[in-house]
Every structure is written in structure tokens, then in C-alpha cells.
Design a protein around this ligand. Structure first.
Ligand SMILES: *Cc1c(COP(=O)(O)O)cnc(C)c1O
Ligand SMILES: [Zn+2]
Length: 424
């Protein structure tokens, strides 16, 4: 049976080539549903044998898992920049900071445009290709637009990006401009831009590539597939991920369910979603027992997760149910201190990514994660995305944040003896 689109609430089905993002019957989110009967035709060794592949599509860390991502796709339709294949770090000083014995960091900043968004964009732009769309659009806090601009340019499509009015990290803005996207800076926050782009895309027949598009999430599932493969298919006790629009949180749940269903893993890890205190609508909803959801007005230095009304809310809640998951919040101070620790061991990441480590530490402090538990934490973006946040921390110029792990730039005259004295 070929893959279909299916409503997560009323189970209404739609053909895979229908341009539709939410259920026409009830308005809820859609899944791309695959036929995984008879194990979906996959085994661990099928994927292990493709490691180190030199040719497309299996040289991509997304398309290596094609049978679980988009089984029916013709290889010639795939738009890939050989995304994925990111490293898994085991760094004792970071494990000690979190307070656990075993911590693995999956660095998604090592993707072609510097964030995990590339994993969702290869599938999203591939689907745009399949559907014969010539224009693609997204609203973005920065990384989605950087990634979409790159993949659209690569595929010869017009990319249109809706950027919020302020606080776009410089590296991300530069990418969107450089990759030749049509850049609209709208005088509104991300959540309003998200509404606008949905309306405009609908009216003008432009293909929408925010993570409400279920094909994005199919690609992002491969973060989990690949990490588990790197762990020799041994399941960690916890997976910790930052939560903004909750695309990853949603994709991870689906990935884990499907891996379990086809027998690649024998149990599910628990998922911990970490939000910034100033952009914590899911955390509040979780803490309030999921009674009534209320969007928030988002404010945080971690601009990638500065989102007050996440589009994938329902799928993220589903993931929490499936995995016995939890939601935690961390302050901007905790985020920037954790980032300084990650940067300081030579790995580096952008502020939002540091939520994973800060959140893991807080969950250990709160006795939710036990010191003996094994933790897989995802670093979502590259350190060079947001140089202003990094420099601002170390110069002590970030409002409300004290640079506890400051690396001061030392000024010295053109004076050999003064330099020698300083270094002694
Ligand atoms: C997009 C993004 C996030 C948020 O991911 P969601 O899937 O929207 O929850 C976190 N960190 C970085 C660096 C991002 O680019
Ligand atoms: Zn429905």
C-alpha cells in the first residue's frame, strides 16, 4: 500500500499528492502514513550496509532511511544536499555538567546550512518537486528560512521567506539573502508571520514549508534513526530536545513508534522537551495537566525557539503520551551558561541548542532524570548562526545575563614585553 496523508484526530485520509496541510474535515494536523506491515521491509543491517555510501540517495543521512521516510519516491525526484551524517559526541565534561554518567550529544548544527532544518527541507522540497510547485515559502525565526532558501535555490525553485521584525540572528539572515530567496521582513513577531504565510500561500498557490507540512517531519525523524544507529541500536533512557514550534518533538515520537513497530528497537526512550522560560507555552500546558492551552507572548535570547503558539502542539502532546515524556523550562541565564560550557569544550552551538544540556541538568537536579540514566541530547544549530549572542555574553553586554563563564578578550599594546608578561 502506498503512503498516504492521514488526520491525527479523525483519521480522514488524503492521497499523498494532494496539496493540503491540515485536515479538510476537522482542521487538525496530518501525518504522512506509511505501510509498515511486514516490518516495512527494513532491518538494522539494511541501514547499516548503507553506511559510508558514496552515491545518492544513500549518502544522505536522511535518505539512508528511505523506507521509513518516503518509501514510494523515485530517486530522481529527490532534492538532497547530503544532509545528516552528523556526529554523536560523548564528552565527559558535558556529562558531568548535566550530572549523568552517560551523555551523547547529536550535533545537528553539522548539517549543510548549520541546523537540523536541512533534514526536513530535503523531504519538503522533494515533495514540492513531486507536486510540480515552482514557489515555496515559510515563516521563520531564521534557520528554517536559511535552509529553505538553500534547498529552493539548489532545486531551481523560488524561495519566499517571511522574517520577523527583529532579533533574527545575523548568520541566519545572511544565509537567506545569500541563497537568493525573496526576503520579506514583516513588522510582526514569528507567530503572526506564521499566520500570514499560511494565508498567502493558500491564496497564491505557493507550497508552504513550515513544519505544519508533514513532509518536513518525515525528514526530521532521521535525527532519531541516525542517532540510534550510531548507538548500535541501543536505546538510551532519555532523549532531550529543545522545543519551539515542536516539529522535532513531534517527529521524534513518530520515529520512535515506527522503529518500535518494525522491530528496529525493543523499547522507547522517554522524551524531555525543553523550552525557554520566556517562550514556554507547552511547559505551562504540561504543568497544568493539559487542561487549557494558552499561547504566550514569546521573549528569549534563544531566538530559534522564540515561539508562543507552536503549530505542532497536538503532535507533541501525542509524543509525550507515547514516550512517557516530560516538559521542562530553563532561563536565558541557564541557556547561555550551558552554551558557554558546550562552546568551551570546543563543540559549540547556538543558544537554543543549549536548552538540551541546561534542561538535562535541571531534570537531574529535580530527580526526574537519574544520574545513572543514559541521555541523548540534541544540539539543533551551529555556533556560527548567532555570533552576536556569543560575543554579547563574553563582553557582558547581554541585558539581564551575567557572564559567569566569561572568556575576556584581552587588550594589549604592540609591545613584545607586555605580551610576554601577559602570557606568563
Ligand atoms: C527550529 C529550531 C529549534 C526548534 O525546533 P522545533 O522543531 O520548532 O521545536 C530549536 N533550535 C534550533 C537551532 C532551531 O533552528
Ligand atoms: Zn481530521
Amino acid at each position: 500500500m502506498p503512503s498516504i496523508l492521514q488526520c491525527i484526530d479523525c483519521a480522514q485520509q488524503y492521497p499523498i499528492d494532494r496539496v493540503i496541510y491540515t485536515c479538510a474535515a476537522c482542521g487538525s494536523l496530518l501525518d504522512v502514513a506509511h505501510d509498515l506491515s511486514a516490518g516495512g521491509g527494513v532491518t538494522r543491517s539494511l541501514f547499516d550496509d548503507r553506511l559510508g555510501a558514496l552515491s545518492p540517495p544513500y549518502n544522505s543521512g536522511v535518505w539512508r532511511f528511505k523506507e521509513l521516510v518516503y518509501p514510494g519516491i523515485e530517486d530522481s525526484a529527490i532534492v538532497s544536499r547530503m544532509e545528516g551524517n552528523t556526529n554523536l559526541y560523548e564528552q565527559p565534561r558535558l556529562a558531568a555538567f548535566a550530572g549523568v554518567d552517560t551523555l551523547f550529544l547529536k550535533h545537528e548544527g553539522e548539517n549543510p546550512t548549520g541546523s537540523f532544518k536541512d533534514r526536513g527541507m530535503t523531504t519538503g522540497v522533494t515533495q514540492a518537486n513531486v507536486l510540480g510547485m515552482t514557489r515555496v515559502a515559510c515563516a521563520s525565526t531564521g534557520n528554517t528560512s536559511a535552509s529553505m532558501a538553500a534547498y529552493a535555490a539548489y532545486a531551481g525553485l523560488q524561495g519566499i521567506i517571511f522574517l520577523q521584525n527583529r532579533q533574527i540572528a545575523l548568520g541566519k539572515l545572511a544565509q537567506g539573502v545569500a541563497f537568493g530567496a525573496t526576503c520579506l521582513q514583516v513588522n510582526a513577531d514569528f507567530d503572526r508571520n506564521m499566520e500570514l504565510v499560511q494565508i498567502v500561500s493558500e491564496q497564491l498557490g505557493i507550497y508552504l514549508l513550515n513544519s505544519v507540512n508533514p513532509f518536513r517531519l518525515e525528514g526530521q525523524k532521521s535525527i532519531i534513526f541516525e542517532a540510534l544507529q550510531q548507538l548500535r541500536w541501543r536505546v538510551p533512557d532519555w532523549v532531550v530536545v529543545p522545543g519551539g514550534n515542536l516539529g522535532n518533538s513531534s517527529a521524534f515520537g513518530k520515529a520512535l513508534r515506527e522503529m518500535f513497530e518494525v522491530g528496529l528497537i525493543d523499547r522507547l526512550p522517554r522524551l524531555a522537551i525543553v523550552q525557554a522560560e520566556g517562550a514556554n507555552p507547552l511547559y505551562r500546558h504540561f504543568a497544568g495537566g493539559f487542561k487549557r492551552f494558552e499561547p504566550v507572548k514569546a521573549e528569549t535570547i534563544a531566538t530559534a525557539i522564540k515561539i508562543g503558539n507552536p503549530v505542532n502542539l497536538r503532535k507533541a502532546i501525542r509524543t509525550l503520551e507515547w514516550t512517557g515524556g516530560v516538559v521542562e523550562e530553563v532561563s536565558d541565564q541557564q541557556i547561555m551558561d550551558a552554551k558557554a560550557i558546550i562552546d568551551g569544550v570546543g563543540i559549540g552551538c547556538e543558544p537554543a541548542s543549549a536548552c538540551s544540556l541546561a534542561g538535562a541538568r535541571k531534570l537531574v537536579e529535580n530527580s526526574v532524570i537519574r544520574p545513572g540514566d543514559s541521555v541523548l541530547a540534541v544540539l539543533t544549530g551551529h555556533i556560527m548562526k548567532d555570533p552576536e549572542a556569543t560575543i554579547g555574553y563574553h563582553t557582558g553586554e547581554l541585558p539581564g545575563i551575567s557572564p559567569r563563564l566569561r572568556n575576556r578578550i584581552q587588550q594589549v599594546d604592540d609591545d613584545l614585553q607586555a605580551i610576554v608578561r601577559l602570557l606568563n
